[in-house]
Design a protein around this ligand. Sequence first.
Ligand code: NAD
Ligand code: ZN
Length: 350
Amino acid sequence: MKSARITGPNEPLKLSESETPTPQDNQVLVKVKAVGVCHSDLHLWEGGYDLGDGQFMKVTDRGVKYPVTPGHEIAGTVEAVGNDVSGISKGDQILVYPWIGCGQCPACKVENENLCDTPKSLGVFQDGGYSDYALVPHYKYVAKLDGLDPEVATSLACSGLTAYTAIKKSNQNSPEFLVVIGAGGLGLMGVQIAKAITKAKIICVDLDDQKLETAKEMGADFVVNSKDPETAKKIMSICNEKGADSVVDFVNAPPTAKLGLSVLRKRGNLVLVGLFGGSLEMSLVTIPLKSIIIQGAYTGNYHDMVELLDLARKGVINPMISKRYSLDEANNALEDLKARKILGRAVINP
Ligand code: NAD
Ligand code: ZN
């Protein structure tokens, strides 16, 4: 099989040939039709996360071992299955659930494998889908597409799934005004999902007017370009000067988190999702005085992915795939995402 692999931080991805594995026991071998290019692939490529104050969290300190094949939004056709697999057979079109856990820790025991203490996620800690074949360790991590287009489905394994979890968390205080920061792969899914599952008026914020236009088409009631120094004022005025009930930050860098906190009303709810990183100084008394909630959201569980597949089949959400690359062009795909040239999601068709 042919794979585009990360060999070390910021090194160009290397195309390599290896023997196509034969699935054993519960394993499933997938012929990859499409794999989404996520901003998290960029963080993996860059070697880690910005912790702020000049500090950097290396992915190798979190258990990543190079070389690794990135790609966690994998859709394709089952090529072969191990002897113990049931309900899945050769030729089935499937989406892979990549957020694989240990199966033993408290999170895994309640089927939130995405929050596992020792994660084994595909495309991060194990080889993923920037490859013509991907080996899935157990058939319980695949879901049938049942007619859904594989390219559209890719987004549901990460960008859609993460947005779904985050919007659900933001919806716990029945928001009247919900701010979505970032209109990239995750943010545009966030806008669509918020439109579908909340009653809130949605205010979307980004630096890019074209992305904001798309956000409007996908259901945002208001858009604000945060290059405008009056962004916070504009949001406050949209929210009748009371502030937003919930903010979901799909960027999560110092300027966006600061903006989120500044427009949050009393009893507000801030959900931090993005991994752009950095650090922030906060005035602590406002947190109890306003009784706000600040929480994180990380991907989602298998059941949420299955729910999303259903919403996509019904046409309630329509993931946007705007660009396609071959496996040989994997470096270009990552460069284009880094240069903010991608609207919605790009996919690689190996
Ligand atoms: P993307 O590159 O598709 O989109 C990022 C968007 O943010 C772009 O539209 C860009 O214009 C906008 N942006 C950047 N800086 C901004 C700023 N200062 N103010 C306003 N807008 C700004 O990325 P993506 O794939 O949507 O991923 C977003 C982030 O979420 C990444 O850091 C990614 O690693 C992370 N992520 C987190 C999870 C999770 O489970 N928590 C899952 C997947 C991705
Ligand atoms: Zn992702």
